[in-house]
Structure formats: C-alpha cells, structure tokens
Design a protein around this ligand. Structure first.
Ligand SMILES: *Cc1c(COP(=O)(O)O)cnc(C)c1O
Length: 453
C-alpha cells in the first residue's frame, strides 16, 4: 500500500517536471498556460518559497498586480507571462548594464556551453586566465591579480580574507548605510541593524563611521592605533547603492586613501554595484582618481546572463595567496560559462562605449527628472545620482511605496533601496534608448501628479 502511494506521488512529480520542462522550451505560452504558470508560481511561493515575498509584492503593487510573473526579457525591458511589457529601471539591482540578454554575451555563453560548461577544477582553465589578464588591463592603477566568485558577497568575503592575510590585523572600518552583502563576513561590513541584529556577534573587529565624514574616519584611525587595534582595511562603496544612492562629498575618497596609506591600512572599494560602467566610468574609483588596493566586482560583471564576480588586488596584497593557492577557493567561481559572459560583457562595454553613454544619458535623465519633480516638493525631497545610478528620495516611505506602485501600473519597474526605503532607485540598462528615458520621465510626471503628499 505504502509503495503504491509513493509510486503515485513519484509519478505526479515526474509529470509535473515534464510539464515545466516543456514550458521552458516554448518561445510563447498560451493564455491558458499563462494562467497555470501564474497560479503555480503564486501557490508555490506561498507554500514552498516564502509567503512573505507575496506580502512584500502586495505593498509595492496595485490590486492584483502582485501576481505579475516575469517570463522573458530583451533590451531595456522585460515581459510578464501575460505579455505585458515593463521598462526596467531597477535593472535587477544593477545587473543589466549591457541590457537584457545582449546578443554578444548570449553568443559567447552559448558557444562555451556547446564545448564545456564547468571546469575540471584541476587542469588549467583558459578563460579564467584570459579574463584575469583583461581585468588587470582595465582596472585602475596597479590592480593585477584576480580571484573569481559567484556573487557580490563572495567578492567581499575574499577581500576581507586578503586584507587579513596581508596585514595580520583584524580591525575593519566600514560606513553607516553601507551594503556589502549578507553572508556573515560581508554582513559585518553592512550597516543596517535590522539585517545584522539576529546574527550577532558577527566577525569581530568591525567599526562603522558615518559615510562622508572624514574627521570621524581620521579619529577612528587614531583611536584604533592608540588602543593597539590597528586597521587592516577600510571597506567602502565609492557611491553607496543600497544606502540610497549617496554620493561621497568632494575629496572624501582621496582623503580616505591618504589616511589608509598613513596608517598602512588597505583600501577596499566595493564596486559590486558601481562597477562595469554604471556611474559613467568603467569603475567609480576613476571618477575620484582613487586606486584601491582591492576592488570587489559582481552584479553586472556577468552581463546579466551568468552569476559572476571578481576581487582584483594589487600584487603586494594578493601574493599572500601564492604559497597556497587553495587558501581561499570556490568550486564554481570563475567557471568557463561565467568567464565567457564576463569577457563578452567587458567587450560590449568598451565596444559600445557604454560608460560614456551612462554619463551622457545619466546627465540628461537626472536633469529631466529634476524638472519633472518641480512643484512636487511636498512629496520629493531630493534627486541625486551619477551616471545611470539615480535615486529619488521621497519625504517618507509611504510616498515612495505609492510612487513605485503607480510606476509599475504604468509599465515601469522601479524599487526602493534595501537600507533606505524612502529612496527609489533608477538603474536602467546603460543601453536604454533616449525615447525610453523620455517615456519614464513622462510616467514620473503622470504618477507624481496623481500622488498625494
Ligand atoms: C548587491 C551588493 C552586494 C552583494 O552582492 P550579492 O551578489 O547580492 O551577494 C555587495 N556590495 C554591494 C555594493 C552591492 O550593491
């Protein structure tokens, strides 16, 4: 009896898998299939993923739109399973710098997939070597050696370990409102109490100072030296992303660099979000003429096709991993598919001059948005940004949420920032057409005019 029940159950889930695999194969789905997909997705989120995510979607959408299920993407847009198109101004939190499914990135990954997807882990894998050489060439100053990861948080973890090995010190200075990821090491650098509190104590030795306050930074260095807790490294985002698109004050990063040198500490720049052309330069460090000792990359690094990240370091820092290259490892980091995607992504960024495009379109977008919010000072506090990393700060959270709902209803995806929900981010693909920017600005005007303060 027990056996038959198990068999029937086994058969059901096998049929289910066949159905899902058939759907994956289809370029288009019928209205009936779309309905089935939506029901299955909503129910399984509720029963097997996390019902809290459905509740979250309800707070950022009108009526039944929380159940919008994404299905395909291209250019600066994605479509839901019912065929509704949205201009993507969230950009997957900044992963779609070269656009959705850029043909050159897709081609590189497809070709690599036909030959070899993952590496043996023991022989020499060519693309990892070639990508590392390319990175040494395009990153600022004498950044040279690369370790590859699968995500931003992993890049930060690797950076922290590099800094510890290099210095034999355990103190790190990070900034308030910082976001560096959510694994235990990177979370130690992340600033939001709500994300940290349940997991305390985290990695010991982290101190947070207000972002942009050079005096506090200097005092903290002084105090750490006085009490014998010398600083291993300062960990900063050049422009804070999840903290609400916060630009550093004039001269801040340069002065931090000087302090690090004075105290023989390393400077780690977390460019997981600002890197790969987002802010108008290939790396935001170039905006401020600062060369970090360690640079963290991820998000857009895999071209919005593959999960991929990297940590690039100066030789004096990285050489501590020479004696034992297994000191820090990851099975999937730097796999052939990810490297193919990253190489094609960098090629597209350079070929299409996308960092310069981000600067130009970003200036235009920012100016148009500033015009659009005139007369809405009761709702909008400030608009700021650099390149295509733009934040709209509202007077309070509720206005921000209602704004996001209105935008989604009109076919534009925007979202709050993780640390600061009052600020809505605009981080479209760097390939976004000017007509699409105009359409977003018109939508902002329309939504704001309907919103109550
Ligand atoms: C998103 C982000 C991370 C974390 O990246 P994951 O891939 O989500 O782990 C780290 N640092 C910054 C600046 C980020 O924006």
């Amino acid at each position: 009896m027990r056996n038959t029940v198990e068999k029937t159950k086994g058969q059901e889930i096998r049929d289910y898998m066949e159905k899902v695999l058939d759907l994956i194969e289809k370029p288009e789905v019928t209205a009936e299939e779309a309905k089935w997909i939506t029901n299955e997705t909503v129910n399984s989120f509720k029963e097997y993923v996390n019902p809290g995510f459905l509740e979250y979607r309800k707070t950022v959408t009108l009526d039944t739109q929380f159940a919008a299920v994404e299905w395909s993407d291209e250019g600066a847009c994605f479509k839901d399973v019912n065929g509704n198109q949205y201009i993507d101004c969230l950009g997957g939190f900044g992963i779609y710098n070269v656009g959705h499914r850029h043909p050159k990135v897709v081609k590189a990954v497809e070709h690599q997939l036909q030959r070899q997807a993952l590496h043996s882990q023991d022989l020499l894998d060519p693309l990892r070597a070639m990508l590392a050489k390319i990175l040494a060439e395009i990153t600022p100053g004498d950044l040279k050696y690369s370790f590859f990861t699968n995500s931003g948080t992993e890049s930060v973890e690797a950076a922290l370990k590099l800094a510890k090995m290099h210095s034999n010190r355990t103190t790190f200075i990070a900034a308030t409102r910082a976001f560096h990821g959510k694994s235990l090491g990177s979370l130690s650098g992340t600033a939001k109490g709500m994300f940290r509190k349940p997991f305390l104590p985290l990695v010991p030795g982290f101190r947070h100072v207000p972002f942009g306050d050079i005096d506090m930074m200097r005092k903290t260095f002084e105090i750490c030296a006085l009490v014998g807790e010398d600083v291993a490294a300062v960990l900063l985002e050049p422009i804070q992303g999840e903290g609400g698109i916060i630009l550093p004050p004039e001269g801040y990063l340069q002065e931090v660099r000087v302090l690090c040198d004075e105290y023989d500490a390393l400077l780690i720049l977390d460019e997981v979000q600002t890197g790969m052309g987002r802010t108008g330069k290939m790396f935001a460090a170039e905006l401020y003429g600062v060369v970090p000792d360690i640079l963290c990359l991820a998000k857009a690094f895999g071209g919005g096709i593959m999960p991929a990240g990297a940590v690039v370091a100066k030789e004096k820092v990285f050489k501590n991993f020479f004696d034992n290259p297994f000191m820090h490892t990851t099975t999937f980091g730097g796999n052939p598919l990810a490297c193919a995607a990253a190489i094609a992504t960098i090629s597209v960024l350079l070929e299409e001059d996308l960092p310069a495009r981000a600067a130009e379109v970003g200036d235009y977008f920012l100016a148009r948005l500033k015009e659009a919010v005139k007369g809405h000072e009761d709702k909008v506090l400030e608009i700021r940004g650099k390149g295509l990393m733009i934040g709209i700060e509202f007077q309070n959270d509720a206005i921000g949420y209602n704004f996001a709902k209105g935008m989604f209803d009109e076919g534009v995806l925007v979202a709050g920032t993780l640390v600061n929900s009052k600020t809505i981010r605009i981080e479209p693909p760097l390939t976004i057409a000017v007509e699409e920017v105009n359409q977003v600005v018109a939508t902002v005007e329309k939504v704001l005019s309907k919103l109550k303060a």
